[in-house]
Write a protein that binds this ligand. Structure first.
Ligand code: ADP
Ligand code: ADP
Ligand code: ZN
Length: 214
């Protein structure tokens, strides 16, 4: 299965991607995670991406597209993939189409997680992430059993530096301008499934499972 996830920052893409890759045994390709790993390692790519990410702006298409093209050539994607956070612009979507075409494949589904914009800031600002395994929590909506400690691996939980109110608001505006038009783009392909992301995490996943089984 070759999947992409659409939805604004805080919609629950990363949370659901973790459920999806576990059930369907797919590689999870998160461009945000790849950039954060590069920043941590101090690579050239990380240094170039950081200034954009700190402001809540998109990293330029040229940097993102090449990275995803390379990632999709790796052997583990033969069984499919779960793309999370890509594509985010029309040129990225077109580049993905042509990479897949060259590989003789196409997308299976585009999962669009729809939420009321009013919940996004609270979701993103309360997000906490495990430093060791990347698991995502929320201080109110999905808390870890022990404060600041990952349930899965006992790693330390941290808050992303771009998960503050000002940057999140900017990311939501960027989503509306640059990424939301992709919903229409994929509607035309007939592969779009729309999921109500305002429900509990488990119910959102149950709806995704149902949509992917048809
Ligand atoms: P995205 O990857 O789309 O930015 P995340 O999956 O990281 O979103 O979720 C953002 C925050 O909201 C996280 O703290 C997560 O625990 C929480 N969250 C995710 N899904 C839900 C949900 N259905 N209801 C309430 N909180 C949620
Ligand atoms: P969120 O979970 O809130 O949607 P991500 O982890 O996906 O956030 O992305 C964090 C930041 O990384 C974005 O604000 C942007 O600066 C950069 N980024 C990630 N993916 C892309 C992409 N496909 N195109 C451009 N920038 C990206
Ligand atoms: Zn962990």
């Amino acid at each position: 299965m070759r999947l992409i996830l659409l939805g604004p920052p805080g919609a629950g893409k990363g949370t659901q991607a973790a459920n999806i890759v576990k059930k369907y045994q797919l590689p999870h390709i998160s461009t945000g995670d790849i950039f954060r790993a590069n920043i941590k390692q101090g690579t050239d790519l990380g240094n170039r991406a950081k200034a954009f990410m700190d402001k809540g702006e998109l990293v330029p298409d040229s940097l993102v597209v090449e990275l995803v093209e390379d990632r999709l050539q790796q052997d583990d994607t033969k069984v499919g993939f779960m793309l999370d956070g890509f594509p985010r612009t029309l040129p990225q979507a077109e580049a993905l189409d042509s990479v897949l075409e060259n590989m003789g494949s196409t997308l299976s589904y585009v999962v669009n997680i729809v939420v009321d914009p009013a919940v996004l800031v609270e979701r993103a600002v309360g997000r906490r992430i495990c430093r060791d395994c990347g698991a995502t929590y929320h201080v109110k909506f999905n808390p870890s059993k022990e404060d600041g400690v990952c349930d899965l691996c006992s790693g330390e939980l941290y808050q992303r530096s771009d998960d503050n109110e000002e940057t999140v608001s900017n990311r939501i505006a960027v989503y509306t301008n640059e990424t939301a038009p992709l919903v229409d783009y994929y509607k035309k392909s007939g592969k779009l499934v729309t999921i109500d992301g305002l429900q509990d995490i488990d119910k959102v996943f149950a709806d995704i499972e149902k949509a992917l089984e048809v």
